[in-house]
Design a binder for this molecule. Structure first.
Ligand code: 5GP
Ligand code: MN
Length: 346
């Protein structure tokens, strides 16, 4: 794909162009930061952490936003910098600089994609190998464990000193995308970055409890119901196994829960020993489903997701499914062909 980044990550010229784009801003410049729809800890944490770094550089007119309903999921409402968030309709239509976080393509920016064209310059910070290179300047590092690794790389090159508020967002992002330092992406460099962030005095116990280990009792009951109908298909994925479940909008209404509580469900499904691939299908419209896919390594789920119109990483990916639930599950089952396996059956 033209404009696609080299797998090796940003070049010196890319970093220099990004630094120049920020340093070249005049004091009254308007900067708009955008992260992907249905934002997670990496999207919000890297965006808000970077925003606070920009503020330290003297950028005064800052807005941060994401597509869709304006509400911030409860686990992130305490993040330093949330006061910079505006609803998408209030986002400046023609900022001097727009910076996108954790979005592999323009489609992940929803109705905000038009801000790219309206901006003086667009800068993309991301770590998805599938990133299409849709910015004027693209800092895309597929080897980075989180977008916040790229964000810190740019703050360092801009000479912004790390403070606890900036570090909090970047740490939330890093822990989110490494599964609290459990996933394959947890390299020595990840721990070195975590050490730098923790040295600012932030409290990892408090942060983890707020982000990962707190949910309303109604969500606990809802999880019980949704996990109770999980289905195991040992023969799927050429014998590597598939486990899946689903949650409808009616489930949310019955338990009086907002949709974002479902984001944590995949972690309770993917521990199934008998399946390499796990899947949670979350109803997002009358016949629309947000699908989360996870793999333990035998299947590259990003290829499954890309084939179904989405994207992601090898071990964690997603897409939007349309039509009846059975059709969405059927499309996943059909996509888990031997051709997409990265290893022979166990
Ligand atoms: P999650 O299952 O946590 O929502 O997403 C897992 C990974 O897949 C993340 O990297 C996320 O950005 C990506 N992803 C999830 N849904 C979509 C989608 O609809 N389109 C694309 N391009 N990527 C997605
Ligand atoms: Mn990410």
């Amino acid at each position: 794909m033209s404009g696609a980044p080299a797998p090796a990550g940003p070049t010196d010229a890319d970093w220099a162009a990004a630094v120049a784009a920020v340093r070249g801003l005049h004091p009254d410049a308007r900067v708009l930061l955008i992260c992907h729809v249905n934002p997670d800890g990496d999207a919000l944490g890297s965006m808000l952490g970077f925003a606070l770094g920009l503020r330290r550089l003297g950028v005064r007119h800052l807005q941060a936003t994401f597509p869709g309903p304006a509400g911030v999921p409860e686990p992130f409402r305490w993040l330093p910098g949330v006061e910079l968030l505006v609803p998408q309709d209030d986002a400046n239509p023609a900022p001097d600089l727009v910076i996108c976080f954790d979005a592999a393509s323009e489609s992940r920016l929803g109705d905000l994609a038009d801000r790219l064209g309206g901006a003086g310059t667009s800068l993309v910070l991301d770590h998805h190998a599938s990133n299409t290179g849709f910015g004027d300047v693209n800092l895309v590092d597929p080897h980075a464990a989180a977008t916040s690794v790229v964000a810190l790389g740019l703050l360092d090159r801009l000479g912004v000193p790390l403070d606890a508020d900036t570090a909090t967002g970047l740490y939330v992002a890093l822990t989110t995308d490494t599964g609290s330092f459990r996933f394959e992406a947890t390299t020595p460099a990840v721990h070195e970055m975590a050490a730098r962030l923790l040295a600012t005095g932030i409290r990892p116990g408090d942060i983890s409890r707020r982000v990962f280990d707190t949910r309303p009792f109604g969500a606990v009951r809802l999880f019980g119901e949704v996990l109770g109908r999980a289905t195991l298909e040992p023969a799927a994925a050429a014998g590597h196994g598939l486990v899946w479940t689903y949650a409808t909008r009616d489930d949310l209404v019955r338990h009086d829960q907002p949709a974002y509580v479902l984001e944590a469900l995949i972690d309770s499904v993917r521990c199934t020993a008998e399946a390499d691939v796990s899947c949670v299908v979350k109803q997002s419209g009358d016949a629309e489903w947000a699908v989360s896919l996870r793999s333990k390594g035998a299947v590259d789920v990003s290829r499954v997701a890309v084939g179904l119109g989405g994207g992601g990483h090898r071990f964690a990916a997603g897409f939007t499914g349309r039509g009846p639930l059975d059709d969405v599950i059927g499309s996943i089952r059909a996509a888990l062909t031997p051709a997409l396996l990265t290893a022979p059956p166990a």
